[in-house]
Design a protein around this ligand. Structure first.
Ligand SMILES: Cc1cc2nc3c(=O)[nH]c(=O)nc-3n(C[C@H](O)[C@H](O)[C@H](O)COP(=O)(O)O)c2cc1C
Length: 330
């Protein structure tokens, strides 16, 4: 496995491998960031920081559809706690720390995002990660926030995007507003109702949350593929990465780096090392020398596909019995 070069460059940051531990409980403080580095992460994005610290509703999590329904908010530590305590510790990890910021209420959001961005940049973040997709705001408001954050420092800015069928449009608008990169995707909005009471199973104000983990992976592959084709911007492919194969799929779809959170919550920090080693092994078996070579491979292959490469069913449509056979034995 020593033969495969896993290093990548992401917005000027040199990463020893493409695996970025994304915001969440596994990057909730300096200690967890040290662990992430020890187990091989290429970079981390801290659990998003809110000015005064977040408060999770009860209950804020549930397993759902093979994944996690998540209604947690930001890090409980305030921005000042991060500056005084967590960032100095985290910086000893020796890997790039991407500073994630979040504002809970859309009112006066621009001023607050701008203040947070300045503080996190001064604390030594290598890049900024701006989370506007948890707040009820328009795309225009989100664009104004990105434009304002961009002016606070020279750091590259990564925008956090939810699943969207028109991800090219949303990502393109963010790019025009000044985003240098995008995380694609954070979990789509989802909901589960307890039919014995009619109440949502989680306690967020409106009962909804983000679906994270396994079920999100195909949506992430779709969004990365669509956005990478349409907009010239480096992407972190994120959502449901549990194996080396999952990670490589997102890179072939066009991502330069790959995010992990749910698989590390359930499998522990060792999962990072396991996924990294699986990536190396698959690439070595394929005779690929550098992981950089596979970024966007699927885009290039599909672009070259012509009408004569496509095979059609003899009778026009696949028969119902063939369909059932395929679906019963995937
Ligand atoms: C419990 C939990 C907490 C999270 N907290 C944050 C957060 O603070 N900020 C953020 O931008 N994303 C947050 N996320 C989203 C993840 O970083 C990630 O983008 C998303 O879950 C999809 O990746 P995954 O399927 O590997 O978890 C959180 C996810 C989970 C499951």
């Amino acid at each position: 496995m020593k033969g495969v070069d896993l290093s990548v460059e992401f917005c000027g940051l040199k990463l020893r491998n493409p695996l970025i531990l994304t915001p969440g409980p596994m990057t909730q403080d300096g200690e967890s960031i040290l662990q992430a580095a020890k187990y091989g992460a290429g970079a981390v994005i801290n659990r998003s920081i809110e000015k005064k610290g977040g408060k999770d509703p009860m209950p804020c999590l549930s397993s759902l559809g093979g994944g996690i329904l998540n209604a947690t908010t930001a890090s409980a530590s305030s921005v000042d706690d991060w500056i005084e305590r967590e960032f100095p510790k985290a910086k000893k990890a020796g890997i790039p720390i991407i500073g994630s910021i979040f504002v809970l209420k859309a009112k006066s959001a621009i001023a607050e995002y701008t203040e947070l961005a300045g503080k996190v940049a001064d604390a030594g973040a290598a890049m900024l990660h701006v989370v506007t997709n948890y707040v009820d705001m328009s795309l225009d408001e989100a664009r104004a926030i990105i434009a304002s954050v961009k002016k606070t420092s020279d750091l590259p800015v990564c925008v956090n995007l939810n699943y969207a069928y028109d991800i090219e449009r949303v990502g393109g608008l963010m790019r025009k507003a000044g985003a240098d990169a995008a995380l694609v995707v954070d979990g789509p909005w989802a909901m589960k109702i307890d039919v014995s009471t009619g109440m949502p199973i989680i306690g967020s104000p409106d009962g909804t949350g983000h679906l994270c983990g396994r079920p999100v992976h195909p949506l992430s592959v779709y969004c990365v593929y669509k956005l990478a084709k349409a907009v010239d911007m480096p992407l972190i492919g994120s959502g449901g990465v549990y194996s080396g194969e999952d990670a490589l799929e997102l890179m072939m779809a066009g991502a330069t780096a790959v995010g992990l959170q749910s698989s590390v919550i359930t499998g522990g920090f060792e999962k990072i090392r396991e996924i990294r080693d699986e990536m190396s092994q698959i690439l070595e078996e394929q005779g690929v020398k550098s992981v950089k070579d596979i970024v966007g491979k699927t885009i290039r292959l599909v672009k070259g596909r012509t009408e004569k490469d496509i095979k059609y069913h003899e009778k026009g449509n696949i028969s119902l019995s063939e369909m059932r056979k395929i679906l019963r034995n995937p």
